[in-house]
Design a protein around this ligand. Structure first.
Ligand SMILES: C[S@@+](CC[C@H](N)C(=O)[O-])C[C@H]1O[C@@H](n2cnc3c(N)ncnc32)[C@H](O)[C@@H]1O
Length: 225
C-alpha cells in the first residue's frame, strides 16, 4: 500500500520528454494532436528545478492554508528530493511569515537541496517508526503545520503529536494515503480516526481541496494540557 506515486530511484528533476511524440506539433495537423502527452504528469512537478511530489491542486490548497494559518513551523515527514521543503520555505517568506521548515526522512541521500538554499530549512535523518525522533520538535514555534508524507507509524505519530506538540489551531495532515486505507481497511481507519474525536476535527475546506489531501486534513480543536 505504501508504494508512492512518482517516487523512484532518481530524485533529480528532468524536464519532460514526450514518449515518442514531438514537442513541436505542426499546426496544419492541429486537430489530430493527441491530448495524452505520453508521460506521467506527477514526475514533472517541480519548484525551481527540484522535484516536488505535490500536484497543482494540492499546491493551491497549501498556499491558502499557509496564508490562513501563518505557521511559524512546518514539519514534513518524507523529504525525498526536498523540493517541497524549499517551496514551503519560499512561500512562507514571500508571505512575510517567520517560519522554520523541518524535514525528516530516514534517507536524506536523495535530497537535492543545494547547500546555498538551506536557510530556514532543518533536516533530520531519522526513522518515523521511532517516536523519539520527534522529541526535538517540542521546542518548535506555533502555529505549526505537521505533514505526514512518509506514511510510516502514522497514527502513533498523530497520537504523539496530539499529546505533546499540537496546540489549538495547529494542523496534522496525512497526504495521499487516506483513500487507500479507506479502500482496504475502512473499519480500522474509521476506528483510528474516531479515537481523536475529542482533540482533532477535519477541516472540510482543505480536506476536499485535492485528491492528495482527501479527507486527511485535521485541526487541533483543543489545547494540549
Ligand atoms: C512521498 S516521498 C516525500 C515527498 C516529499 N514530501 C514531496 O512532497 O516532494 C516519501 C519519503 O518518505 C520517506 N520515508 C518512508 N518511510 C520512512 C520512515 N519510516 N521514516 C522516515 N522517512 C521515511 C522516504 O525515504 C521518501 O523519501
Amino acid at each position: 500500500m505504501n508504494i508512492f506515486r512518482g517516487v523512484g530511484e532518481d530524485p533529480v528533476y528532468h524536464p519532460p520528454v514526450l514518449d515518442g511524440r514531438p514537442r513541436e506539433w505542426p499546426l496544419d495537423e492541429w486537430a489530430e494532436a493527441p491530448r495524452d502527452l505520453g508521460f506521467a504528469d506527477f514526475a514533472r512537478y517541480q519548484w525551481r528545478g527540484l522535484r516536488m511530489l505535490k500536484d497543482p491542486d494540492t499546491q493551491a490548497a497549501y498556499h491558502d492554508l499557509l496564508w490562513e494559518v501563518r505557521p511559524r513551523t512546518v514539519v514534513e515527514l518524507g523529504v525525498y528530493s526536498g523540493g517541497s521543503l524549499v517551496w514551503f520555505r519560499d512561500l512562507t517568506r514571500l508571505m512575510g511569515i517567520d517560519c522554520e521548515v523541518i524535514g525528516i526522512d530516514r534517507d536524506l541521500s536523495r535530497c537535492q537541496i543545494p547547500p546555498a538554499e538551506k536557510s530556514g530549512i532543518t533536516l533530520y535523518e531519522a526513522d518515523c517508526a521511532a517516536l523519539e525522533t520527534f522529541e526535538p520538535l517540542r521546542e518548535a514555534a506555533h502555529p505549526l503545520v505537521f505533514i505526514d508524507d512518509a506514511h510510516s507509524n502514522t497514527f502513533n505519530i498523530m497520537k504523539w503529536a496530539v499529546d505533546h506538540l499540537l496546540e489549538q489551531g495547529d494542523y496534522f495532515i496525512i497526504e495521499d494515503m487516506i483513500p487507500y486505507w479507506n479502500r482496504y481497511s475502512p473499519k480500522l481507519l474509521a476506528q483510528y480516526l474516531a479515537a481523536f474525536r475529542d482533540v482533532l476535527t477535519m477541516d472540510m475546506v482543505y480536506a476536499n481541496a485535492s485528491p492528495q489531501l482527501d479527507r486527511g486534513v485535521f485541526r487541533r480543536s483543543a489545547t494540549k494540557e
